[in-house]
Design a protein around this ligand. Structure first.
Ligand code: CA
Ligand code: CA
Length: 177
C-alpha cells in the first residue's frame, strides 16, 4: 500500500512538472560556433570567469570605424516559450557597455547600457515591460552577439522561461527544467 501511494505520488508530481515546467538553458559565451574579429576569445588572466569569455578589446575598433564582428550560437529547445535573456558581462565604461543581439529572424535587440563598470555582473533583457519579448521556438534557435562597442566581455549566456529567476555569480551550464 505504501509503495502504491508512492507511485501515485510520483506520477502526480511528474504530470504537474510536465505541465508547468519552466526551462532554463545556460552556456559559455566562449563556446560560440563561430567568432568573427574583432570579437575574440580570452582565456588567460581574467578572474572570476567560467572557462573563458568572448571579448571586443578596448581600441579594437567600434562602430562606425569598424562595424563587423560577431559570435554565433545555436541551441535546441523541446518547446516554444517566452524567455528572459541574461548575460554575464564585464563593461569597460559608458562607451563599452552594450552589444547587439539577434535571435532567429527577430528584430535586433540592444543589450546592456547599464552603468556597472569593471566588474563581472549579470545583465538582463527585457528590462522594461514595453520592450519586445524574446520568443524562442521548438527545435533549433540561433543567437548572434554583434559588435556595437569595444571594451566588452561576455562570460556566460542564460535564457530563462521563469521571469523571476535571477542568476548569481557563475551558473551551471546545461538545460534545466
Ligand atoms: Ca569602447
Ligand atoms: Ca565563460
Amino acid at each position: 500500500m505504501k509503495i502504491l501511494t508512492t507511485i501515485i505520488g510520483v506520477c502526480f508530481l511528474s504530470s504537474l512538472n510536465a505541465q508547468g515546467k519552466r526551462v532554463r538553458i545556460c552556456f559559455e559565451a566562449e563556446g560560440a560556433q563561430s567568432i568573427e574579429a574583432p570579437v575574440c576569445i580570452v582565456s588567460n588572466n581574467i578572474g572570476e570567469v567560467s572557462g573563458g569569455a568572448i571579448s571586443i578589446p578596448e581600441g579594437a575598433g567600434n562602430p562606425p570605424k569598424r562595424c563587423e564582428g560577431a559570435a554565433e550560437y545555436s541551441f535546441e529547445l523541446e518547446k516554444k516559450g517566452v524567455y528572459t535573456l541574461w548575460c554575464r558581462v564585464w563593461w569597460e565604461d559608458e562607451c563599452g557597455n552594450s552589444f547587439t543581439v539577434k535571435i532567429n529572424d527577430d528584430p535586433a535587440i540592444l543589450f546592456g547600457e547599464d552603468a556597472t563598470y569593471k566588474v563581472w555582473h549579470w545583465v538582463k533583457y527585457p528590462v522594461a515591460r514595453t520592450s519586445a519579448k524574446i520568443n524562442l521556438k521548438a527545435g533549433k534557435n540561433t543567437m548572434r552577439i554583434e559588435n556595437r562597442e569595444d571594451g566588452i566581455m561576455v562570460d556566460q549566456i542564460l535564457f530563462s522561461e521563469d521571469q523571476r529567476f535571477v542568476p548569481v555569480d557563475i551558473e551551471k551550464t546545461g538545460t534545466f527544467k
